[in-house]
Each structure stands twice: as C-alpha cells, then as structure tokens.
Design a binder for this molecule. Structure first.
Ligand code: HEC
Length: 198
C-alpha cells in the first residue's frame, strides 16, 4: 500500500480517496448567478408587465402600422380624393372590407349583393348619383333610417374606407334578392393608385 499523501482526505471509499479541492470561484459565480437570474426572470416575466409578451408586441406593432397608415389617409383633406385613394390601394380596400364586414354585412350581405338593403354591385342606385352622394348616404343614412346613419359609429377615415370599398364593388353585377333599384348613374371617378404618385 502506498504511503499516505498528506493532501488526501481521510475517507476511503473502497480504495477511492479524494483531495480537498474546493470548487473554483467562477463555478460558484455561475451557480449562484443562475439561481439569482431565475428568480429575477420569474418575477419580471411572469409576475410583472415590464416586458410585453410576443402577442402584445405584435399587436403594438400592428397598431403603430395602422396608425401610420391612417395618418397618411388623414393628410388628404378632400373627401373624394380620399375615397379614390382607398379605391386604388389593395390594403385600404382590405381595411374597407373589414369595416363593411363589421357594419354593413347584415343588410347588404357578404358580397354586397343586397338583402335588407339594395344591391351594391350593380350600376343602379336609389339614393345617390355620385361618390359625394354615397359618402352622404353612408354618413347620414337614407330612407328615414332604413339605411342607418354611421356618423356616430365610424370616423371620417373609416367612412372613406368603406365608401371606397363599396364603390369598388360596383360593376360586379352579383345576383341579389331585391333586383335592380333606382337609376343607372355615371361611372365613379377613377381610383388613384399610389404608384401614380397621387
Ligand atoms: C339596418 C340595415 C342596414 C345597414 C346596417 C346598412 N344599410 Fe345600407 N341600406 C339599407 C337600406 C334599407 C337601404 C335602402 C334605403 C332605401 O330604400 O332607399 C340602404 C342603402 C344603402 C346605399 C345606397 C344604395 C342605393 O341604391 O341608393 C348604400 C351605398 C349603402 N346602403 C351602404 C351601406 C354601407 C356602406 C353600410 C355599412 C357602413 C350600410 N349600408 C349599412 C340598409 C342598411
């Protein structure tokens, strides 16, 4: 048997002996560091609103994007130019479609073919002869409220969006339950598309 090494501890596990080597400082640092970090992490992430989660961040980003877009639309003063700008832009039309889906679909049906309200996809209109008229009907209603006013429900931009969308439905000639109503009116002014520069 070898001579006893003074650095060895006294235990002897079936012939296995060990030195008294303390774990190094950096190891302790990492060990305690991770424990402290986990406590901070749990508190900050799960118990406080300091860091918004992914979904909130996505929503915030989307909100900012929409506001930026709206700001663009808001810089257009002339209501007709505003509507024509909507008509010329896929994204605006999509937003208009979602206003339509939320507010108008009940009476004019999914694709504008009409239900309680008239068909919006043909060239005949009862209450309007041009785009100004359409803005007026959608803002203030018609037929003593059978077509309800939206002036308190939608803001100016939302009205422009939905007017642009409804105007874009014209000419699709979908079959509707109410048949053709009113007079054929002159074509609406052309859409303004962004790549035409205004
Ligand atoms: C409560 C049912 C109802 C809702 C909701 C409704 N409408 Fe109407 N709308 C009508 C009726 C009814 C008329 C036709 C009134 C008449 O007989 O003159 C009409 C007429 C119109 C007209 C004129 C059509 C024409 O031929 O003169 C337009 C444009 C129109 N609606 C668009 C919209 C839009 C856009 C929305 C959503 C913002 C909407 N409506 C929401 C019932 C509705």
């Amino acid at each position: 048997m070898a001579e006893k090494n003074p650095e060895l501890l006294d235990h002897n596990y079936d012939g296995i002996q060990e030195y008294d080597n303390p774990t190094p400082g950096w190891w302790h640092l990492i060990f305690w560091g991770t424990i402290i970090w986990s406590v901070i992490y749990v508190i900050v992430w799960h118990m406080t609103p300091l860091i918004p989660d992914r979904i909130t961040r996505l929503e915030n980003t989307r909100q900012i994007a929409i506001e930026k877009q709206f700001a663009q639309l808001m810089t257009i003063d002339d209501p007709i130019t505003k509507v024509r700008t909507v008509m010329g832009d896929e994204n605006w039309l999509e937003q208009g479609a979602s206003v339509y889906a939320g507010t108008c679909v009940l009476c004019h049906d999914k694709n504008g073919q009409g239900l309680i309200g008239p068909n919006l996809t043909d060239n005949h209109y009862k209450n309007l002869t041009d785009l100004e008229g359409m803005i007026d009907v959608i803002t203030n209603g018609a037929a003593n409220g059978a077509m309800p006013a939206n002036v308190n429900l939608l803001d100016e931009n939302e009205i422009a969006l939905v007017v642009g969308y409804v105007a874009s439905l014209r000419g699709q000639m979908l079959e509707g339950p109410r048949g053709v109503e009113g007079e054929e009116i002159a074509p609406f002014p052309e859409p303004i598309s962004a790549d035409q520069g205004g």
